[in-house]
Design a protein around this ligand. Structure first.
Ligand code: SAH
Length: 494
């Protein structure tokens, strides 16, 4: 079983850096004993321009068969022979993947104590596997490696070169080339994809295989188009493990998507704020729009007499922070679906260093507004500041029910962009929403229609308050609806 890793270099970045990356000196041939036999590492070539490391695994077929037997394999006489006479010693398989991870473990993790800057740098790499069992054929090999940025050369290996009429074997010669990948990435791709292509059960698959897969798949597996096939084959088609892995990958993907959304939102808010500032450069400078929004929200909360307030979709906690400074608000709860936003919020608020009295006034927790949540019941007011436009329209009724039907605070404040105002943003091309994550932006009429219908359905009155400069033609940049529960108003009036 054989595999080579080559790189090219320049006098400044010599190819022999490969020796540092692999933690194996190019001047030595070394042998390591692994669980399936002896792994040899040697360098057929090593100079500043070109350097190749070869990993050769000498499989101990007898030991392998014994290990197999210990796990209850074998039994039928012909199966016994197959344990000794098979392709294992010759074909790159899961055994080679296991050897890779044990012989090059630091390289796979991307650590290099001697030259810590090296592992993070992509470099030209060429990896050749002369005999690779490829169930699914050359086409599948491409589908697995090409999305990862590799230029793939894959040639079927003939069953017997002397008898071409016998056709191809199930083995291929594989060459991967890229100059945009780090060695650690390359090794982690191979570690997962070699056994996937081999698609044979070589060792007992236990639940920690899921952890190994997720660790090696970090950064590439969550977005890989063949994720399901990879996961299922890697886990030897054990359905419960595969499902577990796919669920965890989905969570990773969501968390990542969420991260970018939060960052983009931040950038967008900043952009809008800057645009407002730029526009009014010559006049007296008003506060940025985000600040004006916060002030408008706090003023409306003050009028409502609320003391215990929910900030739903609190993002990075700017409003929570402002509310904490105001003694009228005795309890403030920030809720967001994004764990990352909450982490930033808790850092902003210095929750861990807060005095006991202050800390008892504030709580942050993760939750989705698309579901009813008993933790949201019993508050005086709820704020949804620039949140509704982040939900797909068909999800909006679920949020309406969760807030107005289930949580039912006396007062609900909802702010959202007024799309009519977009023509006033010089930096915004016509017909564009203010931010990529906005699923919709409404005119004043659309927002009014929605808010009145919600108020009617759930027994609230609603008033509208402009936020930011109220343009005579297109209205203000932000529109705010103030909902007050009817029964409460009637009760206090009586
Ligand atoms: N209210 C903050 C953040 C607005 S950005 C401010 O005014 O600055 C919109 C926020 O809504 C994001 O933090 C996003 O994570 C959150 N969000 C989006 N969909 C959500 C949902 N279904 N449940 C809870 N929060 C959600």
């Amino acid at each position: 079983m054989f595999l080579t890793i080559s790189t090219t270099g320049t006098p400044e970045r010599p190819a022999t850096d490969l020796g540092f990356l692999l933690h194996k000196h190019p001047g030595n041939a070394q042998a390591f004993s692994t669980s399936h036999g002896t792994a040899h590492v040697l360098y057929p070539e090593a100079d500043a321009e070109r350097c190749t490391a070869a990993l050769l695994l000498e499989v101990d077929a007898v030991a392998l068969a014994r290990r197999g037997k210990g796990k209850g394999r074998g039994g039928a006489p012909d199966a016994t022979l197959a344990q000794y006479v098979n392709d294992r010693p010759y074909a790159a398989s899961s055994l080679l993947a296991v050897a890779l991870s044990s012989v090059f473990s630091s390289a796979m993790k991307g650590t290099c104590t001697a030259r810590p800057e090296l592992p993070g740098q992509p470099r030209p790499l060429r990896i050749e596997v002369p005999v690779l069992p490829a169930r699914g054929g050359p086409e599948l090999v491409r589908r697995l490696f090409e999305p990862l940025g590799w230029t793939v050369t894959v040639e079927p290996v003939a069953l017997d070169a002397e008898f071409p009429e016998w056709g191809d074997s199930r083995y291929v010669r594989l060459v991967l080339e890229s100059s945009g990948r780090t060695l650690a990435e390359a090794l982690r791709h191979l570690y997962v994809l070699l056994p996937v292509l081999d698609d044979a059960k070589h060792y007992w698959v236990s639940s920690d295989e899921v952890d190994k897969l997720l660790r090696a798949g970090e950064g590439w597996l969550p977005a890989h188009p063949e994720q399901k096939l990879i996961t299922s084959r890697y886990l030897s088609r054990r359905w419960s493990l595969t499902r577990q892995a796919i669920e965890r990958l989905e969570l990773v993907r969501l968390a990542e998507a969420d991260d970018t959304a939060v960052e983009e939102i931040d950038n967008a808010v900043e952009e809008i704020d800057n645009a407002v500032e730029a526009e009014t450069e010559t006049k007296e400078r008003p506060a940025p729009l985000a600040v004006q929004r916060r002030d408008a929200v706090i003023a409306a909360l003050g009028t409502s007499g609320a003391a215990r307030v929910l900030d739903l979709g609190c993002g990075q906690g700017q409003l929570v922070q402002a509310l904490l400074k105001d003694p009228r608000f005795t309890e403030i709860v920030g809720v967001d679906v994004s764990m990352r936003a909450l982490t930033i919020a808790s850092r902003r608020l210095k929750l861990d260093r807060m005095g006991e009295r202050q800390a008892s006034r504030v709580k942050l927790f993760q939750g989705s507004l698309a579901y009813t949540d008993n933790r949201l019941k019993g508050y005086d007011a709820a704020v949804l500041c620039e949140v509704i436009e982040h939900l797909d329209l068909p999800r909006l009724p679920a949020l309406e029910y969760a807030v107005f039907g289930s949580a039912r605070p006396r007062t609900v404040l909802v702010t959202t962009p007024n799309v009519e105002y977009n023509v006033r943003w010089e930096s915004l091309p016509a017909g564009h929403v203010r931010h990529g994550d906005h699923r919709f932006e409404w005119t004043r009429e659309e927002f009014g229609t929605w808010a009145c219908a919600v108020a009617e359905r759930y027994g609230y009155d609603v008033e509208f308050v402009p936020v930011g400069p109220d343009d005579p033609e297109v209205g203000p940049p932000t529109q705010m609806a103030v909902f007050s529960m009817r029964t409460v108003k009637e009760a206090t009036a009586a």
